[in-house]
Design a binder for this molecule. Structure first.
Ligand code: HEM
Length: 216
């Protein structure tokens, strides 16, 4: 599966860089292949776009698949849904529940702001933790429960404000296509071995799985 045996994230990054620098990438990424090095700011921006787009979606697919395999009745809801709204709500809830980006976003207050009775002064640094916001019980009742029928659209999995995720429409489109397609095409899909032995990316900024052995 996507998560897989093909290599470590570092190997994936190196393979992508090789491809970017290769002549064969020119048709797809013309500006990149002309850029002299990774230090070039254009390359860095595009790398952010590509790796930010790859690591995130790939981890959402593998982690979401594992989670749904562990909740077969919720998997069946997605697999058997005729209504696209069911899939849309399920994907928003998976984004909320998994909140795979574990890097607190750092911001500086431009003016004094009052939040929950505390004043954050202009110039103060703030670290925004999406995973905590997505477990706020006043917004998401019983936040530790995976409820793919709830309206989770107010989640913070894509961040917020000026630097919110530019790839979110693409990510939503991919996830809304992949989960139902996977479970419809391979209805007997199951994880192999001891689920508790599956290696999680506790050491990564983008949370996910190092691999997900499956069979069908
Ligand atoms: C499930 C998939 C994804 C998740 C959970 C995700 C999550 C995030 C988060 C939390 C941020 C930081 C937002 C902030 O600072 O407030 C971000 C930024 C960003 N994402 Fe995504 N992302 C995903 C997919 C993608 C895709 C598919 C692309 C590109 C094709 C992408 C490109 C970017 C870029 C370029 C930024 C930086 C935006 C900026 O700093 O202005 N992401 N993403």
């Amino acid at each position: 599966m996507a998560a897989s045996r093909s290599g470590t994230p570092e190997a994936t990054r190196k393979a992508i860089l090789r491809r970017i620098r290769s002549r064969s990438a020119r048709g797809v990424l013309p500006a990149w292949s002309r850029a002299p090095s990774r230090r070039d700011s254009r390359v860095r921006r595009k790398l952010l776009l590509l790796l930010g787009g790859h690591e995130t979606t790939a981890n959402m697919i593998s982690l979401g698949t594992l989670l749904l395999l562990r909740h077969p009745e919720r998997l069946a809801l997605i697999r058997d849904a005729d209504d696209p709204a069911v899939i849309r709500d399920a994907v928003e809830e998976l984004l909320r529940y998994l909140t795979i980006v574990h890097l607190g976003r750092r911001r500086t207050a431009l003016e004094d702001i009052e939040i929950a009775g505390r004043t954050i002064k202009a110039g103060d640094g703030v670290i925004l933790l999406g995973e905590l916001a997505n477990r706020d019980p006043s917004v998401f009742p019983e936040p530790d429960r995976l409820d793919i029928t709830r309206d989770a659209r107010r989640h913070q999995a894509f961040g917020a404000g000026a630097h919110h995720c530019v790839g979110q429409p693409l990510a939503r489109m991919e996830l809304q296509a992949i989960y139902p397609a996977l479970f419809r095409r391979i209805p007997t899909l199951r994880a192999v071995g001891d689920l508790d032995a599956i290696p999680f990316k506790y050491d990564a900024v983008i949370y996910g799985l190092h691999e997900l052995p499956v069979t069908w």
